[in-house]
Design a protein around this ligand. Sequence first.
Ligand SMILES: NC(=O)c1ccc[n+]([C@@H]2O[C@H](COP(=O)([O-])OP(=O)(O)OC[C@H]3O[C@@H](n4cnc5c(N)ncnc54)[C@H](OP(=O)(O)O)[C@@H]3O)[C@@H](O)[C@H]2O)c1
Length: 174
Amino acid sequence: MAAGLGAGWRAAGHRVLAGGRSGPVSLAEAGRFGDVTLLAVPATAVVEVLAHVPTGGLVIDCTNLVTPDGVGHPYAAAVAARPDLRVVKAFNLCHESAWRLPSRVFGGRPLAVPMRGPPDAVARVAPLAADLGCTPFDAGGPERAALLEATAAFAIGLWFAGLDAQAVLTPPLG
Ligand SMILES: NC(=O)c1ccc[n+]([C@@H]2O[C@H](COP(=O)([O-])OP(=O)(O)OC[C@H]3O[C@@H](n4cnc5c(N)ncnc54)[C@H](OP(=O)(O)O)[C@@H]3O)[C@@H](O)[C@H]2O)c1
């Protein structure tokens, strides 16, 4: 996710620094860099990694956690651990392969990217989806971020079952 989204944002003219627990750039250095931090780590590592984001930072949480009995809630865990941060749930519904493609237009429609979080934070993150050729939309406040996590868990289940998620979610017709 970091490689795909980061490359897309670089191509759109943004400065991007990828950090990690191994490699030349530390998590702390990456956390201090720029004005938006993408958390592209396993959901179980979210709280630990958030410790490297300075007070008041703006964070994009793209993580998913599918558990044997359903879905975990990394967004709620992040907000509980760091109430000083503004966290936006976004980019978690689409497979990472989409970010490696030259275009995010599927079936003639740009990929839509729902986002949930504090409205001012969503307003800051939305242009980052537009920069990737996507259609961002504010899907509601932080109290409903868990719905995006449950939707991802459901969609991932469909993919693994070989089913067509788009067909399942067809809107009312006629
Ligand atoms: N793959 C998808 O299609 C997709 C789609 C939507 C959302 N997501 C979500 O996006 C997140 C990232 O997925 P991904 O596919 O990009 O995973 P990934 O390729 O496995 O990359 C995860 C990264 O997290 C790092 N990491 C793991 N544990 C860490 C820890 N305790 N502290 C610091 N860094 C740690 C790993 O670094 P090391 O090299 O040091 O292990 C690795 O660089 C996940 O939560 C996933 O559910 C994935």
